[in-house]
Write a protein that binds this ligand. Structure first.
Ligand code: AMP
Ligand code: ZN
Length: 481
């Protein structure tokens, strides 16, 4: 049973979608005025994995992610460059797809844009005005927060907090400081649309309420985004949507933690960003993914280059180990089939157990790694007694398949051949060779053989020379039994 942490109830809950077999999911996407940084990428990549896991569980997922393509920041950038807001938005929407494709993020089922949905937003605002939940001041329209008693139920913030909250505009035409703009009257030189209140453009929050309603309906299963959006953005979405329909807007609210630079949230306004493009070029998409997935999505995660490099090494070693274990199947006795099934069951059970507990990719990876370690140990022990590696093959195939289809991790090909053992590895090998020589002089043949067999399992073959010395060579995975 899949359990998800619901930010609204602040509890882990059994996930039961509104319609059996189908899940509707909406993720607040980027404001397209610059390249995505790896904080954005963490959030976008993770919700893609949530969607993949839901599909893996057999659900049909309607996965919607919007683009905010009209906004103060876009207009400002367009003015600075002397181009249209549309040109800026389309440039960075294209860049978004290029970067997310490179990172291995699958395409959503729908990508609505704010500018495509202005008509829906106007109708939504008209509905709120009819209900007395909004008011017009000189071509601007505001939401009347006092008219929605549930305000604050997601973020736990009191209405008064709106005065000082982030992304809350100061505007003395509002009746109450907590009220927020649904529609902004046009300013000279800015893009504008016709409306019953004159030329203007929508506020940021109304975009998502209107797009969710149009594409997915009044009540959706999962609404997600980064935790910075909980307040005021998601709180305002709830007020606008539930204020209009009287129905629950999203049954499960989910939020990713921050990717931090040092201990501060990575954000454009702080100027501490690393673009996804740069990081992928420098370290590769797979190491970046692996680095991010080793932490539970709800926790904050500190970015360091060292950590991504360590992830690259860890991933390469993991691939090597799997490649070495992926030897020829040597037979198919009933005994081997039984062992093979036992390994296979362990892959599936542990993976689902981890992912079912709030999509815990960190625990899922830890499980797959522990299993790889166990197989390697069993192989090293087994190779001494002449057992084949056939019993691991179904489990390895399954493990690779889960890693790829759910986590987007490619565990198939070794990143580097064992033949490129570096200087430090050579020194360790020489040490082991000399310890084995000592074991032999002490007539400890068991230990000497064990060292030889264990090294073979790790991809290194010892060759005893006639003169009593021993050399070693890297054994390619194919050369292993
Ligand atoms: P924005 O364009 O700032 O609205 O961000 C697009 C998405 O990325 C939103 O879901 C944000 O919550 C998320 N996001 C922004 N900065 C970070 C960060 N440092 N760590 C994780 N997610 C972030
Ligand atoms: Zn939104």
């Amino acid at each position: 049973m899949l359990r998800l942490y619901n930010s609204l109830t602040k509890r882990l809950e059994d996930f039961i979608p509104l319609h059996a077999g189908r899940v509707s999911m909406y993720v607040c996407g980027p404001t397209v005025y610059g390249l995505l940084h790896i904080g954005n990428a963490r959030t976008i990549m993770f919700w893609d994995i949530a969607r993949r896991y839901l599909e893996h569980c057999g659900y049909q997922v309607d996965y919607v992610q919007n683009f905010t393509d009209i906004d103060d920041k876009i207009i400002k950038k367009a003015q600075a460059e002397g181009v249209t807001a549309e040109a800026i938005a389309s440039r960075y929407t294209e860049a978004y797809f290029a970067d997310m494709d490179a990172l291995g993020v699958r395409r959503a089922t729908h990508y609505p844009c704010a500018t495509d949905s202005v008509g829906d937003m106007i109708r939504h605002i008209e509905g709120l005005l009819e209900k007395g939940l909004a008011y017009v001041v000189d071509g601007d329209v505001y939401f009347r927060v006092a008219g929605f008693p549930d305000y604050g139920k997601l973020s736990g913030r009191a209405v008064e907090d709106n005065e000082a909250g982030a992304r809350v505009e100061v505007d003395d035409r509002k009746r109450e400081p907590a009220d927020f703009a649904l529609w902004k009257a046009a300013k000279p030189g800015e893009p504008a649309w016709g409306s019953p209140w004159g030329q203007g453009r929508p506020g940021w929050h109304i975009e998502c309420s209107a797009m969710v309603r149009r594409v997915l309906g009044d009540t959706i299963d999962i609404h997600a985004g980064g935790k910075d959006l909980k307040f005021p953005h998601h709180e305002n979405e709830i007020a606008q949507s539930e204020g209009l329909t009287g129905l629950p807007f999203a049954r499960t609210w989910m939020h990713t933690g921050f990717l931090n630079m040092g201990t501060e949230k990575m954000s454009k306004s702080l100027g501490n960003i690393r673009t996804t493009r740069d990081v992928v070029a420098a370290f590769g998409a797979q190491p970046l993914r692996y680095f991010m997935l080793q932490t539970l999505y709800r926790s904050d995660l500190d970015f360091t280059e060292e950590a991504v490099k360590a992830a690259a090494t860890g991933l390469a070693n993991w691939r090597d180990t799997l490649a070495r274990l992926s030897g020829q199947a040597h037979g198919d006795s009933p005994d081997e089939r039984e062992q093979a099934n036992a390994w296979l069951t362990r892959v599936d059970q542990g993976f689902s157990q981890a992912m079912n507990q709030d999509l815990n990719t960190a625990a899922a990876l830890a499980h797959l790694q522990a299993l790889t370690h166990d197989m390697r140990r069993a192989f090293a022990d087994g190779s001494a007694s002449g057992q084949s590696s056939a019993v691991f093959q179904p489990a390895i195939a399954r493990l690779r398949d889960l890693a790829s289809t759910v986590l987007g991790l490619d565990l198939s090909a070794p990143e580097r051949a064992v033949a490129t053992l570096d200087g430090q590895a050579s020194a360790f090998l020489d040490l082991l060779v000399s310890l084995r020589a000592e074991a032999k002089t002490e007539r400890n043949w068991g230990l000497a053989d064990r060292i030889r067999d264990r090294l073979l399992a790790l991809g290194v073959r010892l060759i005893d020379q006639k003169d009593g010395t021993t050399t070693w060579e890297a054994a390619t995975p194919a050369a292993l039994p």
